[in-house]
Design a protein around this ligand. Structure first.
Ligand code: COI
Length: 363
Protein backbone atom coordinates (compact mmCIF):
# COMPACT_ATOMS: atom_id res chain seq x y z
CA UNK A 1 0.00 0.00 0.00
CA UNK A 2 1.25 3.48 -0.76
CA UNK A 3 2.11 4.97 2.64
CA UNK A 4 1.34 8.50 1.45
CA UNK A 5 -2.22 9.77 1.33
CA UNK A 6 -4.16 12.94 1.97
CA UNK A 7 -6.90 13.14 4.55
CA UNK A 8 -9.34 16.00 4.35
CA UNK A 9 -9.78 16.67 8.08
CA UNK A 10 -11.18 20.12 7.58
CA UNK A 11 -11.80 21.78 4.27
CA UNK A 12 -9.11 24.35 4.78
CA UNK A 13 -6.46 22.10 6.33
CA UNK A 14 -5.90 18.87 4.38
CA UNK A 15 -3.17 16.91 6.11
CA UNK A 16 -0.71 14.97 4.00
CA UNK A 17 0.04 11.74 5.82
CA UNK A 18 3.14 9.63 5.26
CA UNK A 19 3.13 6.43 7.29
CA UNK A 20 6.21 4.78 8.69
CA UNK A 21 7.24 1.45 7.20
CA UNK A 22 8.99 0.33 10.39
CA UNK A 23 6.99 0.70 13.61
CA UNK A 24 8.95 0.74 16.89
CA UNK A 25 5.87 -0.06 18.95
CA UNK A 26 6.64 -3.69 19.76
CA UNK A 27 10.11 -2.83 21.09
CA UNK A 28 8.90 0.12 23.17
CA UNK A 29 5.96 -1.73 24.71
CA UNK A 30 8.06 -4.79 25.58
CA UNK A 31 9.79 -2.73 28.30
CA UNK A 32 8.59 -0.58 31.22
CA UNK A 33 7.27 2.80 30.12
CA UNK A 34 9.28 5.64 31.57
CA UNK A 35 8.40 9.30 31.29
CA UNK A 36 9.40 10.86 27.98
CA UNK A 37 12.03 8.34 26.87
CA UNK A 38 10.38 6.77 23.83
CA UNK A 39 8.36 8.32 21.05
CA UNK A 40 5.50 7.11 18.89
CA UNK A 41 5.90 6.36 15.21
CA UNK A 42 4.63 9.65 13.76
CA UNK A 43 4.74 13.40 14.28
CA UNK A 44 2.59 16.29 13.09
CA UNK A 45 4.39 19.23 11.52
CA UNK A 46 3.41 22.52 9.97
CA UNK A 47 5.74 25.34 9.03
CA UNK A 48 5.08 29.06 9.10
CA UNK A 49 6.48 31.48 6.58
CA UNK A 50 5.41 34.51 4.52
CA UNK A 51 2.98 35.36 7.34
CA UNK A 52 1.07 32.08 6.86
CA UNK A 53 0.87 28.55 8.11
CA UNK A 54 1.83 26.19 5.27
CA UNK A 55 0.49 22.74 4.38
CA UNK A 56 0.31 20.47 7.46
CA UNK A 57 1.83 17.00 7.38
CA UNK A 58 2.04 13.86 9.46
CA UNK A 59 5.32 12.10 8.87
CA UNK A 60 7.33 9.34 10.53
CA UNK A 61 9.06 10.53 13.75
CA UNK A 62 12.44 11.70 12.52
CA UNK A 63 15.36 14.12 12.83
CA UNK A 64 14.75 17.75 11.96
CA UNK A 65 16.90 19.36 9.34
CA UNK A 66 17.82 22.83 10.61
CA UNK A 67 20.70 25.15 9.95
CA UNK A 68 22.91 25.94 12.95
CA UNK A 69 22.08 29.62 12.50
CA UNK A 70 18.38 29.11 13.33
CA UNK A 71 17.21 31.68 15.86
CA UNK A 72 15.90 29.08 18.29
CA UNK A 73 19.44 27.83 19.00
CA UNK A 74 20.68 31.27 19.96
CA UNK A 75 17.91 33.24 21.60
CA UNK A 76 15.55 30.52 22.78
CA UNK A 77 12.42 31.57 20.90
CA UNK A 78 10.62 28.32 21.73
CA UNK A 79 7.40 27.35 23.50
CA UNK A 80 5.68 24.07 24.26
CA UNK A 81 2.64 22.42 25.82
CA UNK A 82 1.99 19.16 27.66
CA UNK A 83 -1.27 17.22 27.47
CA UNK A 84 -2.39 13.61 27.68
CA UNK A 85 -4.56 11.02 25.91
CA UNK A 86 -6.10 7.99 27.62
CA UNK A 87 -7.84 4.75 26.56
CA UNK A 88 -11.30 4.01 27.85
CA UNK A 89 -12.57 0.51 28.57
CA UNK A 90 -13.78 0.10 24.95
CA UNK A 91 -10.33 0.92 23.62
CA UNK A 92 -11.45 4.37 22.42
CA UNK A 93 -9.05 7.25 22.90
CA UNK A 94 -9.96 10.30 24.99
CA UNK A 95 -8.12 13.63 24.92
CA UNK A 96 -8.23 15.57 28.19
CA UNK A 97 -9.11 19.29 27.88
CA UNK A 98 -7.08 19.85 24.69
CA UNK A 99 -8.72 23.22 23.97
CA UNK A 100 -7.37 24.58 27.26
CA UNK A 101 -3.84 23.67 26.23
CA UNK A 102 -4.32 25.07 22.75
CA UNK A 103 -5.56 28.33 24.24
CA UNK A 104 -2.56 28.51 26.60
CA UNK A 105 -0.20 27.68 23.72
CA UNK A 106 -1.39 30.76 21.87
CA UNK A 107 -0.97 32.90 25.01
CA UNK A 108 2.65 31.67 25.19
CA UNK A 109 3.09 32.35 21.47
CA UNK A 110 1.98 35.95 21.85
CA UNK A 111 4.35 36.54 24.78
CA UNK A 112 7.29 35.17 22.76
CA UNK A 113 6.39 37.18 19.61
CA UNK A 114 5.50 33.99 17.73
CA UNK A 115 2.50 33.49 15.43
CA UNK A 116 -0.60 32.03 17.04
CA UNK A 117 -1.98 28.87 15.49
CA UNK A 118 -5.56 28.35 14.38
CA UNK A 119 -7.07 26.13 17.13
CA UNK A 120 -8.81 24.06 14.43
CA UNK A 121 -5.51 23.37 12.63
CA UNK A 122 -3.90 22.42 15.97
CA UNK A 123 -6.79 20.18 17.10
CA UNK A 124 -7.23 18.47 13.73
CA UNK A 125 -3.50 17.77 13.50
CA UNK A 126 -3.52 16.39 17.01
CA UNK A 127 -6.57 14.19 16.41
CA UNK A 128 -5.24 12.77 13.15
CA UNK A 129 -1.85 12.07 14.72
CA UNK A 130 -3.35 10.23 17.69
CA UNK A 131 -5.74 8.31 15.43
CA UNK A 132 -2.77 7.10 13.41
CA UNK A 133 -0.77 6.19 16.54
CA UNK A 134 -3.80 4.94 18.49
CA UNK A 135 -2.00 1.74 19.43
CA UNK A 136 0.60 3.83 21.22
CA UNK A 137 -1.91 4.97 23.87
CA UNK A 138 -1.18 2.67 26.81
CA UNK A 139 -3.97 1.51 29.10
CA UNK A 140 -2.11 0.35 32.22
CA UNK A 141 -2.50 1.90 35.67
CA UNK A 142 -0.93 5.37 35.74
CA UNK A 143 -0.11 5.16 32.03
CA UNK A 144 -1.11 7.54 29.24
CA UNK A 145 0.10 9.02 25.99
CA UNK A 146 1.92 12.26 26.78
CA UNK A 147 1.51 14.80 24.00
CA UNK A 148 4.17 17.42 23.42
CA UNK A 149 3.28 20.21 20.96
CA UNK A 150 6.03 22.80 20.49
CA UNK A 151 7.05 25.68 18.27
CA UNK A 152 10.56 26.84 17.37
CA UNK A 153 11.95 29.84 15.50
CA UNK A 154 13.69 28.74 12.31
CA UNK A 155 14.94 31.95 10.66
CA UNK A 156 18.62 31.63 9.75
CA UNK A 157 19.80 34.87 11.30
CA UNK A 158 21.98 35.99 14.19
CA UNK A 159 20.38 39.36 14.88
CA UNK A 160 18.10 39.52 17.89
CA UNK A 161 14.58 39.83 16.53
CA UNK A 162 11.41 37.75 16.25
CA UNK A 163 11.81 35.06 13.61
CA UNK A 164 9.74 35.19 10.45
CA UNK A 165 9.77 31.40 10.05
CA UNK A 166 8.65 28.76 12.55
CA UNK A 167 8.00 25.04 12.83
CA UNK A 168 5.08 23.77 14.89
CA UNK A 169 5.45 20.09 15.74
CA UNK A 170 3.56 17.56 17.85
CA UNK A 171 5.34 14.47 19.12
CA UNK A 172 3.85 11.91 21.51
CA UNK A 173 5.32 9.55 24.08
CA UNK A 174 3.69 6.63 25.92
CA UNK A 175 4.44 7.26 29.59
CA UNK A 176 4.26 5.86 33.09
CA UNK A 177 4.51 7.87 36.32
CA UNK A 178 6.58 11.08 36.38
CA UNK A 179 7.37 10.83 40.11
CA UNK A 180 7.57 7.39 41.67
CA UNK A 181 7.68 8.63 45.29
CA UNK A 182 6.45 11.59 47.33
CA UNK A 183 8.58 14.64 46.66
CA UNK A 184 10.94 16.48 49.06
CA UNK A 185 10.99 20.18 48.23
CA UNK A 186 13.26 23.06 49.23
CA UNK A 187 11.97 26.62 49.55
CA UNK A 188 14.18 28.62 47.17
CA UNK A 189 15.20 31.96 48.66
CA UNK A 190 17.99 32.96 46.31
CA UNK A 191 17.17 31.94 42.73
CA UNK A 192 13.96 32.97 40.98
CA UNK A 193 11.74 31.12 38.51
CA UNK A 194 9.89 34.16 37.21
CA UNK A 195 9.56 37.87 37.92
CA UNK A 196 6.61 40.18 37.35
CA UNK A 197 6.65 41.25 33.71
CA UNK A 198 8.62 38.14 32.70
CA UNK A 199 7.49 34.92 31.05
CA UNK A 200 6.37 32.91 34.11
CA UNK A 201 2.79 32.50 32.84
CA UNK A 202 3.99 31.20 29.47
CA UNK A 203 5.33 27.75 28.67
CA UNK A 204 8.55 29.18 27.34
CA UNK A 205 11.51 26.79 26.99
CA UNK A 206 13.79 29.34 28.68
CA UNK A 207 11.79 29.15 31.93
CA UNK A 208 12.84 25.54 32.24
CA UNK A 209 16.48 26.06 31.16
CA UNK A 210 17.10 28.63 33.88
CA UNK A 211 15.59 26.36 36.55
CA UNK A 212 18.17 23.61 35.99
CA UNK A 213 21.02 25.13 37.98
CA UNK A 214 19.01 25.85 41.18
CA UNK A 215 17.36 22.41 40.82
CA UNK A 216 20.78 20.77 40.60
CA UNK A 217 21.96 22.61 43.74
CA UNK A 218 18.80 21.52 45.57
CA UNK A 219 19.39 17.91 44.45
CA UNK A 220 22.91 18.07 45.85
CA UNK A 221 21.31 18.99 49.18
CA UNK A 222 19.00 15.97 49.00
CA UNK A 223 15.84 17.58 47.60
CA UNK A 224 13.78 16.38 44.63
CA UNK A 225 12.35 19.74 43.68
CA UNK A 226 12.27 23.43 44.41
CA UNK A 227 9.40 25.35 45.97
CA UNK A 228 9.77 28.63 44.11
CA UNK A 229 9.08 31.94 45.84
CA UNK A 230 8.44 35.42 44.46
CA UNK A 231 11.33 37.28 42.86
CA UNK A 232 11.04 40.44 44.97
CA UNK A 233 11.03 39.21 48.56
CA UNK A 234 11.27 35.40 48.38
CA UNK A 235 8.39 35.47 50.82
CA UNK A 236 5.43 34.15 48.82
CA UNK A 237 5.07 30.69 47.33
CA UNK A 238 4.76 30.38 43.55
CA UNK A 239 5.14 26.86 42.06
CA UNK A 240 6.95 23.64 42.87
CA UNK A 241 9.35 22.45 40.17
CA UNK A 242 7.16 22.19 37.07
CA UNK A 243 3.91 21.97 39.06
CA UNK A 244 1.33 24.23 40.68
CA UNK A 245 1.12 23.61 44.40
CA UNK A 246 -1.79 23.13 46.84
CA UNK A 247 -2.04 23.10 50.64
CA UNK A 248 -4.95 21.31 52.30
CA UNK A 249 -5.95 22.27 55.85
CA UNK A 250 -7.89 20.42 58.55
CA UNK A 251 -10.81 22.83 58.17
CA UNK A 252 -11.31 21.68 54.56
CA UNK A 253 -9.63 24.54 52.78
CA UNK A 254 -7.46 24.24 49.70
CA UNK A 255 -4.96 27.08 49.57
CA UNK A 256 -3.12 27.70 46.32
CA UNK A 257 -1.23 30.69 44.93
CA UNK A 258 -3.36 32.68 42.52
CA UNK A 259 -2.14 32.47 38.94
CA UNK A 260 -1.13 35.57 37.06
CA UNK A 261 2.03 37.06 35.67
CA UNK A 262 4.52 34.69 37.27
CA UNK A 263 2.58 31.44 37.72
CA UNK A 264 1.45 29.02 35.03
CA UNK A 265 -2.32 28.62 34.69
CA UNK A 266 -2.25 24.82 35.03
CA UNK A 267 -4.97 22.73 33.39
CA UNK A 268 -4.57 20.05 36.07
CA UNK A 269 -4.61 22.84 38.69
CA UNK A 270 -8.00 24.12 37.61
CA UNK A 271 -9.40 20.59 37.20
CA UNK A 272 -8.32 19.69 40.75
CA UNK A 273 -9.80 22.91 42.16
CA UNK A 274 -13.12 22.23 40.41
CA UNK A 275 -13.27 18.68 41.81
CA UNK A 276 -12.17 19.76 45.29
CA UNK A 277 -14.92 22.37 45.37
CA UNK A 278 -17.42 19.73 44.35
CA UNK A 279 -16.14 17.56 47.22
CA UNK A 280 -16.97 20.32 49.71
CA UNK A 281 -13.62 22.07 50.11
CA UNK A 282 -13.34 25.88 50.15
CA UNK A 283 -10.89 27.06 47.54
CA UNK A 284 -8.65 29.94 48.47
CA UNK A 285 -6.58 31.40 45.66
CA UNK A 286 -4.38 34.15 47.01
CA UNK A 287 -0.81 35.05 47.94
CA UNK A 288 0.47 32.40 50.33
CA UNK A 289 3.54 33.19 52.38
CA UNK A 290 6.14 30.64 53.40
CA UNK A 291 5.65 31.73 57.03
CA UNK A 292 1.92 31.03 56.76
CA UNK A 293 2.68 27.48 55.60
CA UNK A 294 5.27 26.90 58.34
CA UNK A 295 2.71 28.16 60.87
CA UNK A 296 0.11 25.72 59.50
CA UNK A 297 2.61 22.86 59.79
CA UNK A 298 3.75 23.68 63.33
CA UNK A 299 0.18 24.18 64.57
CA UNK A 300 -0.72 20.83 62.96
CA UNK A 301 -3.39 22.41 60.79
CA UNK A 302 -1.93 21.23 57.52
CA UNK A 303 -3.24 17.90 56.26
CA UNK A 304 -1.36 17.57 53.00
CA UNK A 305 0.59 19.36 50.32
CA UNK A 306 0.75 18.29 46.70
CA UNK A 307 1.82 19.49 43.29
CA UNK A 308 -0.38 19.35 40.19
CA UNK A 309 0.71 19.21 36.57
CA UNK A 310 0.02 17.35 33.34
CA UNK A 311 3.12 15.21 33.54
CA UNK A 312 2.91 14.50 37.28
CA UNK A 313 -0.92 14.74 37.62
CA UNK A 314 -0.87 14.87 41.45
CA UNK A 315 2.44 14.51 43.25
CA UNK A 316 2.32 14.32 47.05
CA UNK A 317 4.97 16.43 48.82
CA UNK A 318 6.52 14.70 51.82
CA UNK A 319 8.60 17.51 53.32
CA UNK A 320 9.43 21.18 52.94
CA UNK A 321 12.97 22.42 53.59
CA UNK A 322 13.21 26.04 54.78
CA UNK A 323 16.07 27.89 56.46
CA UNK A 324 18.09 24.71 57.10
CA UNK A 325 15.15 22.85 58.63
CA UNK A 326 13.07 20.10 57.04
CA UNK A 327 9.39 20.13 57.96
CA UNK A 328 7.87 16.66 57.52
CA UNK A 329 4.31 16.65 56.20
CA UNK A 330 1.60 14.15 57.08
CA UNK A 331 1.23 11.39 54.46
CA UNK A 332 -1.97 10.81 52.54
CA UNK A 333 -4.57 8.15 53.33
CA UNK A 334 -7.84 7.02 51.76
CA UNK A 335 -9.61 10.15 53.10
CA UNK A 336 -7.07 12.56 51.63
CA UNK A 337 -8.16 15.05 49.03
CA UNK A 338 -5.21 14.16 46.78
CA UNK A 339 -6.19 10.49 46.72
CA UNK A 340 -9.88 11.14 46.09
CA UNK A 341 -9.35 13.86 43.52
CA UNK A 342 -6.87 11.69 41.65
CA UNK A 343 -9.36 8.82 41.63
CA UNK A 344 -12.12 11.05 40.26
CA UNK A 345 -9.88 12.78 37.74
CA UNK A 346 -8.56 9.46 36.51
CA UNK A 347 -12.09 8.07 36.15
CA UNK A 348 -13.10 11.10 34.04
CA UNK A 349 -9.95 10.95 31.91
CA UNK A 350 -10.48 7.26 31.22
CA UNK A 351 -14.23 7.56 30.59
CA UNK A 352 -15.07 5.35 33.59
CA UNK A 353 -17.54 7.86 34.99
CA UNK A 354 -19.68 10.75 33.75
CA UNK A 355 -17.82 13.78 32.48
CA UNK A 356 -20.10 16.53 33.88
CA UNK A 357 -17.69 19.30 32.89
CA UNK A 358 -17.21 18.16 29.28
CA UNK A 359 -13.45 17.83 29.76
CA UNK A 360 -12.82 14.89 27.45
CA UNK A 361 -12.95 14.65 23.67
CA UNK A 362 -13.35 11.19 22.15
CA UNK A 363 -11.45 10.61 18.90
C1 COI B 1 3.81 19.15 32.14
O1 COI B 1 3.33 18.83 33.23
O2 COI B 1 3.30 18.85 31.05
C2 COI B 1 5.02 19.91 32.11
O3 COI B 1 5.12 20.87 31.42
C3 COI B 1 6.13 19.37 32.87
C4 COI B 1 7.21 18.98 31.93
C5 COI B 1 8.20 20.09 31.86
C6 COI B 1 7.80 17.67 32.27
Amino acid sequence: MNPIFMRMTAEKNPIKITKTLTSKRETVFSGTLQFGRSFSDHMFMVNYQNNNWQAPEIIPYQNLELQPSCLVFHYGQAIFEGMKAYKDSNGDVLLFRPMDNIHRFNISAERLCMPTIDPELFLNGLKELIKLDKDWVPSGDGESLYIRPFMIATDEYLGVKPSEKYSFIIITSPVGAYYKNPVKVKVETHYTRAAEGGTGFAKAAGNYAQSLHPARLAAQQGYDQILWTDAKEHKYIEESGTMNVMFVTKDKKVLTPSVGGTILDGVTRKSVLTLAKQMGYSIIEEKISVNQVIELITSEQLLEVFGTGTAATIAPISSIGYQNKDYALPGSDSDSLSVNVLKELDAIRRGLTDDPFGWTIKL
